[in-house]
Design a binder for this molecule. Sequence first.
Ligand code: HEM
Length: 239
Amino acid sequence: MAELNYSSYLQTDVLLSLQRTRIPATADRTVVLAEHFFIVAHQSCELWLKQVVADLSLARDLLSSTGRPADTVDTSVELLQRSAELLRVLHEQVLALERLPLRHFVRFRPYLGTASGAQSQQFMTVGELLGDSGEEGELYRAFEDCADHHGCTVAEVCRLGITGGGLHRVAEALLDVGNGYWRWKVAHLGLMSKMVGGQRGTGGTTGEEYLMRRITLPFPELRRLRGALHAEELAASPA
Ligand code: HEM
C-alpha cells in the first residue's frame, strides 16, 4: 500500500478539483478568476461551517447531559470558544470577498441562476442551534438544562458572575458565539449591499431589506437576564 503523504491524507486532488466555474472558459481570464475566487470563498465558508455545526452540536449534547462537570461544562466551554473563533474566521472571509471587483461580478452573476447562500443547509443548522428570528435555539435550552442539573437557574448564574465558575464561562462563551454570528450577518449585509445594492437576490428575496430583517442578536433571554442585574443593583444601592 502507498505510504500516506500530505496530499493523500488531505485528498487535495479531490478538494482542488471542486472549483468549477460556470462562466465559459473563453471569457476574460480576470472574470474567470473572479468567479473562482467567489467559489473558493463560499466553499471555505462551508468547510468551516462543518466544524462549527459539529462543535456546537456536541456542546449542546454535553450541556443537556448529566455527566461529570469536567466532561460537560468545561468541554462545552472549549467547543463554544472554538466556534466563536471560527465565526471570526468566517467574518474575515466575507471581508476578503469585498475584493471581488464589481465589474467582474456583474459578468458572472447571471451564471449563478437561482443558487443562493440562503439555501445553505449548514447555515440553517447554525440558526437552529443559536436561535434565529428572535427565538431561543437548542443551545440556550441545553444551557437551561445544564443550570438545572447544577441546582440553579440561568438568572442565578448571571447573578453569581465569575463565582458561578463553569456555568458563568458557558454563558460568556454563548454570548461570544452569538455576537460572532451577528457580526458575520452584518458584514454579509454590507458586502451584499455593496455588490448588488437594492437588486433582488439570486434566491428571489428582496435582498437588502430581507437580510436586514434576518439580523438578530442570539440569546435574547440571557441578554435580558444580564441586563436586569443593573436594575437590581440600582434598587439595592443606597439612594
Ligand atoms: C458577493 C458576495 C455575496 C452576495 C452578493 C450575497 C448576496 C446574498 C443575498 C442577496 C442574499 C438573500 C437571499 C437571496 O435572495 O439570494 C444572501 C443570503 C445569504 N448568503 Fe450571501 N451573498 C454573498 C456572499 C456570501 C458568502 C461568502 C456566504 C457564505 C457562505 C453567504 C451566505 C449567505 C447566507 C447564509 C444567506 C442567508 C442569510 C440569512 O438568512 O440570514 N453569502 N446573500
